[in-house]
Design a protein around this ligand. Sequence first.
Ligand code: MG
Length: 245
Amino acid sequence: MVIIKSDQEIATMRKCGKILRAILEKLITEVRPGIKTGQLDVIMAEESEKRGVIPSFKNYRGFPANLCVSVNDEIVHGIPSERILQEGDIVSLDAGVKLNGFHTDAAITIGVGQISKEAEDLIRVTEGSLKAGIAQAISGARIDDISSAIQSYVESRGFSVVREYTGHGVGRDLHEDPPIPNFVIGKGFLLRKGMTLAIEPMVNAGDWHTKLAANQWTVLTADGSLSAHFENTIAITDNKAEILS
Ligand code: MG
């Protein structure tokens, strides 16, 4: 069931999303060759506490960390660890926080030091596809309009969209209806004012197929190619969508 939020609830999510964005900005400044992904998780915990929010991912269905850190061929759900980031890696930071009963969710992929032309292109196209999807997120349109915009943006630039994982509604729960695929699957829900959605294209440089790591969490590209991930939480309004995170 799709939950429509009141203006007051959206105001809480707006505040929550601003804090999340500030935490992500802080994390971005910490990404450099030589840092362990586990150190980013510690920073996520510290920054959340300092700013009065709760990391949404910790213990979500048993997830063991505050933050998802996915490197290179890891698509999503990378678990922070002793892994040391190297010059040329790309790293996806996916975070959610909860404030006064409401979650927001966001992700970004960035390069570690100097990265390859392919990696740069992949990151730029993934971010562009998120913008293209959000541009379609207007009251009266359908989920499919978002999915179609993302898929065609990505595929026309020679990359592929992950099929097995999708965006989602977000608010009182981290994952609410409706699912938001990054590929065309059917018309989907009608978008209405007050819907709050996490739109999150996951884009592979190679084939779209995925595999699960031995830790049963981390999702990797099946062919070992690079993957990037961008995500915003948005609210559907009468006009263009408002970006909350
Ligand atoms: Mg999400």
